[in-house]
Design a protein around this ligand. Structure first.
Ligand SMILES: [Zn+2]
Ligand SMILES: [Zn+2]
Length: 338
């Protein structure tokens, strides 16, 4: 339990019991992402402490409530952490990620950095038995990336630029390559991330910051610019430089969550080049099964994403390391079974 920013405590609780429509999941693994880090440091707006973190989680169904039929005890599952009410106007449209009463597992409700969690059965999705549960935690992130790319509607042969090659940038690179984008151009200042990006299907790996990469992107696209630029770095500056990389009519994805204000930016390029800025938020439940299939089929290899693993009772050390070296880490996994 995160009692206050940068202060974890270990709390004993009775084993939860499943009510009707609910399941108890014995947690196997939780991946820690930038959202968790910002809650840990106190930089995430609107969080009430204490909070049990953890929203990218896999486990095994331990018990089910009386009327649950979608999963059975012993089944391996991944959790969809996007809490939605199911009855507001946005939920009724299938946009459960935009629910008027939305929350996040591990923020508004208690998360998976625990041995057991209790949640509604509709939030768990079955995993094939052969997928390692630690690496499978990345499927949640993959689902958010998939959600963004469906909105971008990447077409075969379109040049696509991905700024930043952390976990989400690498997954964007992989899905853009699978969508037939050509070329996929990635931008990062970190050599090992660029090498990994090439394994994910990037054709050109540009070692530079975004500002310096503009001329290189224009050169690699024969002067035309890219059809799609996806920003996974979240810097305010990358909005302007990202738009400079686009061809007229291009699409820009401000994928990374950012609260930074953009200064010195005018809407003129949106008019002049008829640019589309396409937002995307988290994932919808319908993104989960196809994302599980992308990993189960081997199309997306999530094994290289785990930088380090810590047992649950050493979660504090995991967060200290993540805060010290955010650029060196793709995902830290908290092992609830250790
Ligand atoms: Zn996350
Ligand atoms: Zn709703």
């Amino acid at each position: 339990m995160l009692e206050a920013p940068r202060r974890f405590g270990i709390v004993d609780r009775p084993l939860p019991v499943a009510d009707s429509g609910e399941v108890i999941v014995r947690v196997a693994a939780t991946a820690v992402c930038h959202t968790d880090l910002s809650i840990y440091t106190g930089d995430h707006p609107g969080v009430r402490y204490p909070v049990v973190l953890g929203h990218e989680a896999t486990g095994v169904v331990d018990a089910i409530g009386p009327d649950v039929t979608v999963v059975r005890p012993g089944q391996r599952v991944i959790i969809n952490p996007i809490i939605s009410c199911g009855h507001c106007d946005m939920c009724r449209r299938g946009s459960d990620n935009l629910c008027r009463n939305a929350g996040l597992f591990g923020r508004e409700v208690e998360g998976s950095m625990s041995e057991y969690v209790r949640l509604a059965a509709r939030y768990v999705h079955p995993l094939p038995d052969y997928l390692p549960l630690a690496a499978a935690t990345l499927i949640e992130t993959l689902a958010t990336v998939r959600h963004a790319q469906l909105r971008l509607d990447i077409r075969r042969g379109e040049p696509v630029v991905v700024l930043g090659q952390g976990a989400t940038g690498l997954l964007h690179t992989r899905l853009a390559a699978l969508a037939g984008a050509n070329p996929v151009i990635v931008v990062s200042r970190t050599r090992w991330k660029l090498e990994l990006a090439e394994r994910m299907g990037a054709r050109y790996a540009v070692s530079a910051d975004a500002e310096k990469a503009v001329s290189e992107v224009l050169r690699l696209t024969g002067g035309a610019g890219a059809d799609v630029v996806i920003d996974t770095t979240g810097g305010a500056e990358t909005l302007r430089t990202g738009l400079d990389m686009l061809r007229p009519g291009g699409r820009f994805s401000p994928y990374a969550v950012s609260h930074a204000c953009v200064t010195g930016f005018s809407t003129f390029p949106l008019y002049y080049k008829e640019i589309n800025i396409i937002g995307s938020r988290a994932l919808v439940a319908a993104d989960m099964a196809p994302s599980i299939e992308l990993v189960a089929s081997g199309a997306v290899d999530v094994a290289p994403f785990i930088t380090a693993t810590y047992p649950l009772n050493r979660a504090a050390e995991a967060f200290e390391e993540y805060e010290r070296n955010p650029g060196r880490i793709l995902r830290i996994v908290i092992d609830s079974a250790a």
